[in-house]
Design a binder for this molecule. Structure first.
Ligand SMILES: Nc1nc2c(ncn2[C@@H]2O[C@H](COP(=O)(O)OP(=O)(O)OP(=O)(O)O)[C@@H](O)[C@H]2O)c(=O)[nH]1
Ligand SMILES: [Mg+2]
Length: 238
């Protein structure tokens, strides 16, 4: 089994090198860093890692408007096009998604098309978040489930492993949302196409270093997206 971890970055120079090494500690894994022209030099640092681990680290330097959703679309499409990995994973660079969970997630992919590293499987397992953010995220997930009918506990987790075929089913070029909504939209598109979605419990730890990029616009988009998704396939098949 070969796996590729797609890691979007924006100003993650303090986190990326150790994280990439931790992912590559598993010999079945390769890494694709999708950097959005980070002013702090994360992109150049990633180039250095690519030289250090030839053939195992690929770096995409994005130009034009930056965005997490856009970066995922570009990275995941490129992963499908250029890598022969059986599993394509996505994870944050800030250590909130600890690479130690990757083997369990990869293993669970034998019985599922997609496996989510889930914060809300056994209650709430989030460390170092202010209470209001825990409440917001837990509420958001209940809201998404109620509106879309998705039966999974953590629809907004960016920690996922996809079997290649499941990812290829998702019309990535049609995904319009950015931020957390990108995550809801892609899992919903997979769900309506019959993907078997599993969850593995993780303990999510708030970023070690660097700054958060959560904004008001992202929250508004998150409120509207579940309705948009629900309506999308109300009268037509995927
Ligand atoms: N390529 C790219 N990556 C981004 C962008 N915004 C955030 N990221 C990366 O996406 C991942 C998740 O972003 P975070 O800022 O950690 O988002 P979060 O986890 O909701 O917020 P905090 O951890 O509280 O900061 C990290 O690896 C970021 O570096 C972006 O515009 N472009
Ligand atoms: Mg984070």
């Amino acid at each position: 089994m070969k796996a590729l971890a797609v890691i979007p970055t924006y100003n993650e120079r303090d986190n990326l090198p150790d994280l990439v090494r931790a992912v590559l500690a598993d010999p079945s894994f390769a890494v694709m860093v999708v950097d959005d022209g980070s002013p702090d030099g994360t992109g150049e640092l990633a180039d250095g890692l690519a030289r250090e681990f030839p053939g195992r680290v690929d770096v995409v330097h994005r130009t034009g408007p930056r965005g997490l959703g856009r970066s995922y679309v570009e990275g995941l499409q490129r992963a499908l096009a250029t890598s022969d990995a059986d599993l394509i994973c996505q994870m944050d660079a800030d250590w909130s998604h600890d690479p130690k969970y990757l083997p369990a997630m990869a293993e669970a992919c034998a019985a599922h098309d997609i496996v989510i590293g889930s914060r809300y499987l056994n209650g709430v397992s989030v460390v170092n978040w202010p209470l209001r953010r825990v409440i917001l995220s837990a509420f958001a997930n209940r809201y998404i489930r109620a509106v879309t009918g998705l039966a999974i506990h953590d629809c907004t987790s960016g920690f996922r492993c996809w079997n290649r075929e499941a990812l290829a089913m998702v019309p990535l070029d049609r995904v319009v949302s950015d931020g957390y909504s990108f995550l809801t939209e892609t899992i919903y598109e997979a769900h309506v196409r019959g993907a078997r979605i599993g969850e593995v419990p993780i303990i999510f730890v708030e970023r070690r270093m660097g700054l958060s990029k959560l904004s008001g616009g992202v929250l508004l988009e998150s409120a509207l997206t579940p309705w948009r998704l629900r309506l999308r396939y109300l009268f037509k098949r995927p």
